[in-house]
Design a protein around this ligand. Sequence first.
Ligand code: ADP
Ligand code: CDP
Length: 293
Amino acid sequence: MIASNKLLPVITIDKWHQFNMFALSLKLFATCPYSLQISGRRKHRHSWASTAAYACSIHSVDTISAPAFIAVDGPAACGKGTLAKSLALKFNLKHLDTGLLYRAIGYKALQLSIPFDNKEWLVQLSSRLSSLDLSEPGLRSDDVATAASKISIIPGVREALNAYSRQFSSTMHPNSQGTILDGRDVGTVLCPDAHVKLFLTASAEVRARRRLQELVLKGMLKEGDVDARDAMYERVLEDLKERDQRDTSRSTAPLRAAEDAHTLDTTHMSAVEVVTEAERIVMKACPWLKKEQ
Ligand SMILES: Nc1ncnc2c1ncn2[C@@H]1O[C@H](COP(=O)(O)OP(=O)(O)O)[C@@H](O)[C@H]1O
Ligand SMILES: Nc1ccn([C@@H]2O[C@H](COP(=O)(O)OP(=O)(O)O)[C@@H](O)[C@H]2O)c(=O)n1
């Protein structure tokens, strides 16, 4: 589980303020929603007056950065990645598509002809995952998605990949206001105390059409070739349904909405409408976040 300070965002201050700040923080708690965390970096003792001035300045001048954590989950092609990337840009959040981690291991398993039931090897591969593995161009194919889904049922693989996600989330990025992860179990397992949990859905038919349109845009399918299009649609739809079934029925971290998630059915929503609604939810839950654009 990734720790996020749900109730009170944290700011870090000097250890030497400890005594003064204890009393002062009681005062601040009454007027501002930020908690104070003590750390040791500076070596000077500060007077009550300077401490109060410092505290007033951080209270009134908007210099507090509060790490927000946003979880986006849902089935294949519901629009998780599109939404997460857009929110990451808007609020300057670090973004990780956790599906890519599973795809990277699925891809390696296919390349190295490792059977999907060889748990030992797959767990080893997972514990050695590096960020370079995530830029492999072949990760987006449907075969790799199916492989990812098959290896994702192995608890040891999930543990190793969760460790990667936690490491990503705890790494500081300059000016970042927090983290957004998208996947299947972010709100339920990886960060059950995320500030905002968004669960996207859409009918399987609409999701299959979205994937088909991607293939047209990539030049892998001709728009006018109706027969090829229909045959591909049926295949994509079948793959999606099969993957949904596997992802929702596995015993470890199955795909499901967290009880406190905001569910958005995107079947009849444009990508812009989804972002607008999600942004409203985020701003309500994390009013301290500043919009970058
Ligand atoms: N609300 C939407 N309406 C129509 N198309 C969408 C919507 N959201 C995303 N898309 C498109 O659907 C495809 C799948 O979206 P993506 O964000 O990759 O889904 P996921 O990350 O859930 O697999 C992409 O081509 C994307 O541009
Ligand atoms: N947090 C996650 C993310 C992905 N996965 C698995 O990885 C597969 C590929 O995930 P993905 O997010 O890249 O798939 P799409 O939604 O992009 O089609 C999923 O079908 C899941 O089986 C998972 O189990 N847990």
